[in-house]
Design a protein around this ligand. Sequence first.
Ligand SMILES: CC(C)(COP(=O)(O)OP(=O)(O)OC[C@H]1O[C@@H](n2cnc3c(N)ncnc32)[C@H](O)[C@@H]1OP(=O)(O)O)[C@@H](O)C(=O)NCCC(=O)NCCS
Length: 166
Amino acid sequence: MVSDLVEIRSFMTSDADECVQMRAEAFRRLFFQHIAPELINTAINAYKPDKFIETAAHNPFFVATRNQEPVGFIGSQFLGKNTIEILFLYVKLDHLKKGIGSKLIRFWEDWLQKNNPEIDRIIVKTIIPDYNQRFYEKHGFEKSGTSFCRYQAGQIEALCLMKKLK
Ligand SMILES: CC(C)(COP(=O)(O)OP(=O)(O)OC[C@H]1O[C@@H](n2cnc3c(N)ncnc32)[C@H](O)[C@@H]1OP(=O)(O)O)[C@@H](O)C(=O)NCCC(=O)NCCS
């Protein structure tokens, strides 16, 4: 199984460009059917390499590699004492549906349980629920409402999903 050949490690500063690229590719090649064209660039430009580096410095952020090459990543941010939000979960397009996204989310949850046992709630906001809601539901998330992902140039409606850990 491909995911058995994948290793997961902490984010390094040198991963930032690759992560930006993976996210941008998902928006350009997967999400274009679900988001208004004028908002695609807004969403892509909301996260430049510096933002990834800054987020990873203070929050759990991991990269999946195959033969040392990044093939996916998960980044999150603490929200208060008991809640964490998944900000990014992306798998390289030529590695989709091979178990890598599942491996990343499981690794991240295990890491959280060991290192931040006080966290009892995970949230994720998705602006493309038609595309990825089922993936999150398979991992125990449930719909919890709607919200907006706010970017400097505008906002996009998002579906909120939540998972209780205790
Ligand atoms: C969502 C994402 C991370 C899933 O990663 P992945 O490695 O392809 O997923 P997995 O191979 O681990 O799939 C796990 C299960 O979810 C299902 N699944 C994965 N992606 C799915 C999708 N887009 N729609 C419906 N089901 C999906 C798989 O079929 C699999 O089901 P199974 O266990 O019954 O076989 C990946 O599709 C991705 O990077 N998408 C683009 C970015 C994205 O949507 N990120 C989330 C932003 S909030």
